[in-house]
Design a protein around this ligand. Structure first.
Ligand code: IPE
Ligand code: IPE
Ligand code: MG
Length: 256
């Protein structure tokens, strides 16, 4: 698969799914799938950084995932801590900014004590933004924003007539890094599962059958190449898009 370096999506988001099935297929505990899933995170972060993707948002734990069996939740939190500890040097050494979206206040102290300092230490980094969606839900995020807007309107600091799409967009935390261009889901399911509902409104969707622990650079390149073959019309016609498109460049390519 060929990936054209100059037409990369600016913001890629991934629903990293299939860890449990990967483990079950091997008659191993689900937590083993999650452990191997951490290795896939490393591979994809490296590939994205190398290609020059601006923002990579990874769905690591949903607001709904708190309802999983307590043992599994605990294992996921321990693995998250382990990932942050082992990747700290690589993140800082490669000028990656680590940030989060979601209800971070729900995370246990053992995660916060390694997460918060890394978010702070990497805040000025610009090579790539790695955003971890943790205790994240798209509906919850929109509802939180609606509540804040209602409070502003009640106190008179905003007029209801000023609340339009661009106002709301600016209030949505996950919109800090802009709209999602490419949304990938691994593991074969074809659903959004309450991920970036606002920011992915016009994302190109790519569903991969590969279970997340097996996902690698070649799969990621396939998704990027598929993105590059799409025509993003944003409601317009194909002819309009072609008229406004910049002339094709002599692009460099990355081969997977
Ligand atoms: C994704 O893998 C990881 C999280 C949701 C935390 P799953 O654990 O959902 O794996 P499957 O879908 O059961 O295979
Ligand atoms: C979505 O996967 C959440 C993450 C990948 C963190 P799930 O496996 O929880 O999604 P559903 O519940 O099957 O839709
Ligand atoms: Mg799943």
């Amino acid at each position: 698969m060929l990936v054209e370096v100059r037409r990369l999506p600016r913001h890629v988001a991934i629903i990293m799914d299939g860890n449990g099935r990967w483990a079950q297929l091997r008659r191993q505990p689900r937590t083993e799938g999650h452990r191997r899933g951490s290795d896939a995170v490393r591979r994809v972060v490296r590939a994205a950084r190398r290609l020059g993707i601006e923002t990579l948002t990874l769905f690591a734990f949903s607001e709904q995932n708190w309802d999983r069996p307590p043992d599994e939740v605990e294992a996921l939190m321990s693995l998250l801590r382990e990932f942050l500890v082992t990747e700290r040097d690589e993140i800082l050494g490669n000028a990656i900014r680590l940030t989060t979206v979601g209800r971070i206040g729900r995370l246990p102290a053992m995660v916060r004590e390694v997460l918060d300092p890394l978010v702070e230490a990497s805040a000025s980094h610009r090579a790539m933004t790695l955003c971890l969606a943790l205790s994240y839900g798209g509906r919850e995020e929109i509802a939180d924003v609606a509540r804040r807007i209602a409070q502003c309107a009640a106190s008179g600091s905003v007029l209801p007539s000023d609340v339009d799409e661009s106002y709301v967009s600016k209030m949505i935390p996950s919109m800090e890094f802009g709209e999602v261009d490419l949304l990938i889901r691994t593991g074969g399911e074809q659903r959004i599962s309450n991920f970036l509902l606002w920011g992915a409104a016009y994302a190109e969707l790519h569903f991969s059958p590969t279970l997340w622990p097996d996902y690698g650079e070649a799969d990621f390149f396939d998704a990027l190449a598929a993105f590059q073959a799409r025509e993003r019309r944003f409601g317009r016609t194909s002819a309009q898009v072609r008229e406004s498109a910049p002339s094709p460049s002599v692009a460099s390519h990355v081969q997977s």
